[in-house]
Design a protein around this ligand. Structure first.
Ligand code: NOJ
Ligand code: NOJ
Length: 420
């Protein structure tokens, strides 16, 4: 039921009618706070989850519109911070008021979404309605949208920027993770065009970023700092524990190792001990980071869904793994389930682990269920940390898309569980 509702509400915010160009995606219809803008990050993630719900014909309609709007955004003279510009108005120009800019996760997420569409079209022998060089081109003067974003990442990845929460300037785990992934996927597109010079450049930059990512790991506390090398913006964080790290793992094809799982546990435990609704009602609500005070610093639907997605995806990963060992998991990783201490799980143990993971994923889903508006299926941005009432931006598009991508991951996991 919530899947149907989410899809319905998501569609209402995509290609909104009063915009000059089709493809315009509002972050939320809310004007107070004002979310009536096309955020590069939100739009990319929304399109990515919508992709799986569209027929081939629909894909071409929606994604060609989106790709045309990207061209407009990349080239509008109103950009203050080049391709790292944050959000756009309905007339296709950039929002130029004061804001935390640049935010360089944007071009990475945008190109990842476009690459997925582009490779799908190519590998299924379909035809988009745009000129061939709209997406990629060997001509350095062309405006190919994917190439432009990838080259931008290569150019700027070492520069400090604002994080996805638009508050802190520095080097960010989330941003670097999606930049690396974009280059890795971008390599495939470059190779398809025989552009080996770019492919090599993307690969070597990918490796450099990956190397840099090691710096984020807090060895003694075993989690990934969301930001290092702080250089501006809010300086209220003390722990740098952040659910954005989980969001980052969801964007890549990650094997889920002991570090990412330790990090997951750290984040979940932090919020379990922080929010009243979690403590009093045994829920699994997650917010951005513990020191957050935006609208009072509450749990977010999209982040609670991201945790569910992480766990459901792990069901699929673990299932495909030949050898499962207890050393992949921190102690008490799954509440109420004792992980067998062994170097190689037996088939029976593997089965129990998969079942336990699946039920654990459902804890996050149940928490979401408790706080959506059960009459309409509405999801706003946040729900109150003490009483669960929704607050901040209404009908947040990203809440719906995060729900849908969690649901897709759950569907896949469910098939595995039923086969077992
Ligand atoms: C608006 C941003 O969108 C939000 O992420 C941030 O927390 C507040 N400004 C406060 O800086
Ligand atoms: C605030 C969030 O912090 C940011 O990540 C998001 O892009 C905007 N709201 C718009 O939804």
């Amino acid at each position: 039921w919530q899947e149907t509702k989410s899809l319905y509400f998501l569609h209402k915010n995509v290609s909104v009618r009063d915009a000059t160009f089709p493809g315009f995606i509002i972050a939320s219809p809310s004007l107070e706070p004002n979310y009536y803008f096309h955020w590069v990050r939100d739009a990319a993630l929304v399109m990515k989850s919508l992709f799986k719900y569209l027929s081939d014909k629909e894909k071409i309609v929606f994604f060609d519109d989106y790709a045309k709007l990207v061209l407009q955004h990349q080239n509008t003279k109103t950009n203050i911070s080049s391709l790292g510009e944050v959000k756009y108005k309905k007339d296709g120009t950039a929002y130029t008021g004061p804001w935390g800019r640049p935010q360089n996760d944007g071009p990475a997420l945008r190109s990842l979404t476009l690459i997925e569409y582009f490779l799908y079209i190519k590998s299924n022998n379909l035809k988009y309605s745009l000129p061939d060089d709209h997406f990629y081109s060997l001509n350095p003067k062309s405006h190919a949208v994917i190439k432009k974003d990838l080259d931008y990442i290569v150019k700027v990845w070492k520069e400090k920027d604002y994080d996805l929460w638009e508050e802190v300037k520095g080097d960010h785990f989330f941003t670097k993770m999606v930049q690396a992934e974009a280059l890795l996927q971008g390599m495939k597109v470059a190779n398809l065009y025989g552009d080996s010079i770019s492919a090599i450049k993307y690969e070597s930059t990918y490796e450099e970023i990956n190397e840099f990512l090691n710096k984020f790991f807090n060895v003694s506390q075993k989690y990934f700092f969301s930001t290092i090398n702080w250089s501006g913006g809010h300086n209220t964080k003390t722990t740098y524990i952040d659910t954005a790290t989980i969001l980052a793992f969801n964007q890549i094809k990650h094997p889920y190792n002991i570090n990412s799982n330790n990090n997951f546990k750290k984040v979940v435990d932090t919020f379990r001990n922080l929010y009243k609704i979690n403590k009093n009602r045994n829920e699994y609500a997650l917010g951005r980071y513990p020191e957050d005070f935006y609208f009072g610093g509450n749990p977010w639907f999209l982040l609670t869904a991201a945790a569910g997605e992480y766990i459901y995806k792990m069901v699929d990963r673990v299932n495909r793994q030949y050898k499962i060992s207890s050393s992949q998991f921190p102690k008490d990783f799954i509440p109420g389930f004792k992980i067998p201490q062994t170097k190689q799980f037996s088939p029976e143990q593997k089965n129990q682990l998969l079942q336990a993971l699946f039920s654990y994923g459902d804890e996050f889903l149940k928490t979401i269920q408790k706080h959506v508006d059960l009459n309409s299926g509405r999801m706003d941005e946040q729900f109150h940390r003490d009483n669960g009432y929704m607050l901040s931006a209404k009908h947040l598009t990203w809440s719906y898309s995060a729900f849908l991508s969690m649901k897709k991951a759950r569907d896949k996991a469910q098939v595995i569980i039923q086969i077992k």
